[in-house]
Design a protein around this ligand. Structure first.
Ligand SMILES: Cc1cc2nc3c(=O)[nH]c(=O)nc-3n(C[C@H](O)[C@H](O)[C@H](O)COP(=O)(O)OP(=O)(O)OC[C@H]3O[C@@H](n4cnc5c(N)ncnc54)[C@H](O)[C@@H]3O)c2cc1C
Length: 431
């Protein structure tokens, strides 16, 4: 079972993975054996599904690749799915759709469902249904002592609390059971404006978010498209800013709700308007995240109520005049994200209004220069910043502070010292 590397393929190619031992787990028992092997030798352990979220270099230790644990079983009567640690959201969407059901997946179908959920999981229907972590029924996890545990609200309540939103440092999850939602179709897509009018679009978007119901989830994204031949000619090298929408109500009501967005087009030219009714299986087209592996750095700021002019300034700093290409995204939070789930969990910052995300390709760009830019953006938004988002910290390495409020971070640190006193999984996140 234990073999020498090469490392498995990763979506994130910007940071090296050089484990001493690679375990390609074919069963949950392989995971248990690998953790026991590492624990017995004091080696650190990392899990790897698709490699979208690698938080930093993985040097030495044991890497457990879970990609073969990709089973998905839907129970249409209980409206649940049991998902293996290596399954992507795309597989879960496909398995749930024939039953008129959907998971609370995010923008990209290739992201791993388990790791996304352990980090909270901010989905395309988030304002209506809350975080993915709020819909977990049970988790199968191998803790540092090499014990395989079925974790439920009744059996291990504190671990059940921490695994949902507390991140990836409590053990290796081999599978989970989640509740699905009865969604077959939605109204949504994107509306793309000329970035030269980004300030107007940011102001208009922020004002619009105050008027929408919680059945509508949206985000704003700005970027300068690289001058790549694969892109349509009119987009190459062009600065654009788009609003992405997902609404589970009728198409008619959706059209009415987006009318003020389209009205922004009276001052900011609209380049494309792809809002439409679609089956849920096409929901990945709303964001059209790049499907190919690449190198990137990313970080985020969870915000309370940001000032509109400061938000405009943040978009400007990361816009065409930025020293490196940077995608800026602003997710509208609130709605069900602010509600406490039936069984409390470690998902932080429930009162946040928005999440600002920055992502820069690392094609020869120095990480230090990227961090300097992000620091500037952070300072502009400072009065509204509550913390950072674990799921949107890409390549942050040792930057693990601010993912949870101090109280939650302390409670999670208590769990780490109970279940992983030797810090096999990296020890607790900072407060
Ligand atoms: C293009 C793109 C789109 C995204 N969209 C969203 C979105 O809409 N909403 C959102 O919330 N997030 C989103 N994310 C972030 C994503 O949810 C996280 O990066 C997540 O950790 C990726 O999981 P993975 O399995 O795909 O990646 P991996 O890199 O394989 O895993 C990430 C980390 O999770 C841990 N881990 C993996 N498997 C396990 C396991 N079985 N048990 C314990 N720990 C484990 C490891 O520490 C690993 O380093 C996106 C990321 C990308 C790159």
């Amino acid at each position: 079972m234990v073999s020498a590397p090469p490392a498995p393929p990763t979506f994130q190619t910007g940071f090296p993975i050089r484990p001493d031992r690679l375990v390609e787990a074919a069963t949950p028992e392989d995971v248990r054996e690998a953790v026991a092997y590492a624990g017995g030798r004091g080696l650190h352990v990392a899990a790897h599904a698709s490699g979208h979220g690698l938080p930093g270099p993985v040097e030495g230790g044991v890497l457990i690749a879970t990609r073969a644990l990709d089973s998905v079983t839907v129970d249409p009567v209980r409206r649940t799915a049991r998902i293996g640690a290596g399954a992507s959201w795309g597989r879960v969407i496909e398995a749930a759709a024939p039953h008129g059901l959907a998971p609370l997946n995010g923008s990209s179908p290739s992201v791993g469902a388990v790791s996304y959920t352990l980090g909270g999981g901010l989905g395309i229907l988030a304002r209506e249904f809350g975080y993915a972590a709020d819909h977990v029924r049970s988790l199968d996890v191998v803790t540092a002592d090499g014990t395989a545990r079925r974790v439920t609200p009744e059996r291990e309540p504190e671990l059940f609390w921490g695994l949902r939103g507390g991140g990836h440092r409590l053990g290796v999850v081999t599978g989970m059971e989640i509740a699905l939602v009865a969604v077959e179709r939605l109204y949504g897509g994107s509306i793309v404006f000329d970035g030269a009018w980004a300030a107007e679009v940011v102001r208009g978007y922020l004002a619009w978010t105050r008027t929408v119901p919680e059945t509508l989830t949206s985000s704003l994204a700005a970027l300068v498209y690289p001058a790549l031949p694969q892109l349509p000619e009119e987009l190459r090298g062009r600065y654009v800013i788009s609003v992405r929408v997902a609404f589970t109500g009728s198409a008619e009501e959706g059209e009415r709700l987006v009318a003020p967005l389209r009205a922004i087009g009276r001052s900011a030219p609209i380049l494309s308007d792809l809002l439409r009714e679609m089956p849920y299986t096409e929901s990945h087209t709303i964001h059209s995240d790049p499907p190919f592996p690449h190198a990137y750095y990313g970080d985020s700021a969870v915000l309370g109520e940001p000032d509109a002019e400061r938000t405009v300034q943040a978009f400007e700093l990361a816009g065409p005049r930025a020293p490196m290409m940077t995608v800026v995204q602003l997710n509208h939070l609130g709605g069900a994200l602010a509600a406490r789930p039936e069984v409390e969990n470690a998902v932080p910052y429930r009162d946040a209004g928005f999440l600002l995300r920055l992502l820069s390709p690392l094609d020869g760009t120095e990480v230090g220069a990227v961090r300097a830019l992000y620091g500037e953006v952070g300072r502009v938004l400072e009065p509204a910043v509550l913390g950072r988002s674990l799921n949107f910290s890409f390549g942050g390495g040792d930057r693990t502070a601010g993912f949870h409020e101090a109280e939650t971070a302390k409670r999670l640190a208590g769990l780490v010292s109970q279940y992983d006193p030797a810090g096999l999984f990296g020890g607790p996140y900072g407060a």
